[in-house]
Ligand binder design. Sequence first.
Ligand SMILES: NC(=O)C1=CN([C@@H]2O[C@H](COP(=O)(O)OP(=O)(O)OC[C@H]3O[C@@H](n4cnc5c(N)ncnc54)[C@H](O)[C@@H]3O)[C@@H](O)[C@H]2O)C=CC1
Ligand SMILES: O=C(CO)COP(=O)(O)O
Length: 338
Amino acid sequence: MSLRAAVFGAGSWGTAFSMILADAGCEVSLWGRRLEVVDAINGSSCNPYYFPGVTLPGGIKATSDPEEASSGADAIFLCTPAQTLRANLAAWAPFLDSKATLVSLIKGVELGTGKLMSQVIAEVAGCDPKQIAVISGPNLAREIVARQPAAGVVACADGTVAVELQKMCHAPYYRPYTSADLIGCEIGGAVKNVIALATGIAEGCGLGENAKATLVTRGLAETARLAAAMGAESQTLAGLAGVGDLVATCASPLSRNHALGVKLGEGMSISQAISMTKQTAEGVSSAKAVVELARNRGVEMPITAAVVAIIEERMTTQNAIEDLMGRSVKPERDDAEQ
Ligand SMILES: NC(=O)C1=CN([C@@H]2O[C@H](COP(=O)(O)OP(=O)(O)OC[C@H]3O[C@@H](n4cnc5c(N)ncnc54)[C@H](O)[C@@H]3O)[C@@H](O)[C@H]2O)C=CC1
Ligand SMILES: O=C(CO)COP(=O)(O)O
């Protein structure tokens, strides 16, 4: 008998991940907020708002009713913008099966609380931590719906649950690895969006590959510092949910964060750049939450702080570059002897 998956959020990643689940043999119920999206998916097996021309596999049924979506689901995959998860989950909680695993596909940190998505889920749904999981990795949705090979990490404190989820999303073109490190995966996923904004800004300013590679590498160093301070395993940041996702997002014109950064670097204001970005660019709201998380733990994150200063229009891109380059010199490794 095939397993049942519910996906909440019919945007680009919710739609693409539904495709993975259906291609892996699951029966998928996809919750969408907008009726026109739900009707289009059910009527034409296509989500024309995100992937016009892409035919979704059979086995995906869309609905705007959260109770219908979650009914009988073995796992519930959450894929709304990060800042809306708390309110949405509070509304859905009465309908969710208490035995289902709740899986975050979201890459962001909650503003104001500094909570990771798994922590928001634990608070709102009040479920056992072993029933909460995270999936992350270099997974640009447009490449996934073209069924190009990709891999990801399924993180859950309960190894048996991680393996069950791994089976649910193991498709011919999607290779999931298991992990027990939710914090490492979530910090990797949230901070790479901020570093993708930074590399986009550099590109928009006309800087070359040396500058971008430096931002990626030092961006990884500051991500790893924060992750370590929060109790993550250093190996996770060297894996798919760390360096893998960072490289994909910072290099690809398909990344919304990268593309928004390019617009900022070209001189557009943040409000103009946001108004031209139809989809979610999580780095914009999560950057500030990441800086606060880091400050509370005494972790230095100069690139992330510079991105926040640019977003808040406290600093020009030129000033930010001068500031980063003017920092006092130090050993490359944090643990090196002075
Ligand atoms: N697109 C991608 O390639 C990937 C995205 N992600 C992550 O997935 C999450 C969702 O991103 P996307 O699907 O790409 O964004 P998107 O902008 O394509 O879709 C967002 C969806 O959320 C809905 N939405 C917006 N506001 C809402 C609200 N207040 N309540 C409920 N639903 C609301 C929109 O209608 C839309 O269906 C983000 O955290 C992103 O970082 C993760 C991996 C890959
Ligand atoms: O998370 C992603 C790829 O893994 C998608 O990145 P963007 O949200 O910047 O498009």
